[in-house]
Design a protein around this ligand. Sequence first.
Ligand code: KG4
Ligand code: ZN
Length: 336
Amino acid sequence: MFVLGIETSCDETAVAVYHANRGLIAHTLFSQVATHAEYGGVVPELASRDHIRKLVPLLKTVLVDASLQFGDIQGIAYTAGPGLMGSLLVGAATARSLAWTWQIPAIAVHHMEGHLLAPMLEEVPPPFPFVALLISGGHTMLIEVQGIGNYRLLGESLDDAAGEAFDKTAKMLGLDYPGGPRLAELANQGRPRFKFPRPMTDRPGLDFSFSGLKTFALNALHETEQSPQDKADIAFAFQQAVAETLTIKCRRALQLSGLKTLVVAGGVSANREIRWQLSEMADSAKAKVYFPRPDFCTDNGAMIAYAGAQRLMAGQTQNLEIFARPRWPMEQLPQL
Ligand code: KG4
Ligand code: ZN
């Protein structure tokens, strides 16, 4: 079964084709970074307009790359939420209309389920059950995963998501949008100098709070002359604090659940320091950690095609309604 995946939840227009037995066939992506950079963040109206411009040409490109015709596609998976309403509607309306025209089933995919299943696209996929740490621009969650759609939320951020904290701190340090990867780059030049807190690690539980780190970074910045080295040192301290906080909570989640497999996904999982610290922790806990390849940490069409293909193959489909939900709790998803 060839499944087309469409992702338009935020500022990336992404399309992929996944085949049930043959795996990922083709994927392509257009990033709107240049459009939003001059505003310092995503402008929702510009994002939806750009998805309208880019989606159909990308669909054509991916079919050419996959050496497929329209008629070969047997199902369409699209991100239905969570995300920006206007952006989601472009993907949902296009996917639903194409499915109706081609008389094939369509399935609404939860964006975070897409992220969670992205490591399944790798050569050695993680075995169920596992603990998943999802760290993106909008979410930070620890989830116990027994199977697809069988999710128990163990903890989440009570304020800023990890990616959001990276982006806001980066902005404060004068870095351009998108801040996360830029802050990580700057941190490479940083030295251990400032000691930032590890929020909520001194009490039991698996929830997170990252908004205080941003304030801590701002106060540290005001105590310095704000030279490039000062900023690099702050970036270093901030990244260390996020990485160590995530690592402490993941170790705790493995202990509490008794599981030995950790899956880490979402845009922030591209961060090398975070990957390194989590890998070290997993080694010492005799656990195994799985990450998607860096391209599939951030938003992409492949993860949506994969997640949708699993649900379509299990017989799940969407009716003719154009379904988009800016907020959508993951625990409401049906089990496979
Ligand atoms: O998953 P994603 O592409 O989109 C959402 O679903 O939100 O995540 C984007 C987030 C942004 O906040 C971005 O700054 C962050 O992931 N990010 C990073 C890195 N690469 C992307 N944060 C830290 N280090 C990175 N290398
Ligand atoms: Zn995402």
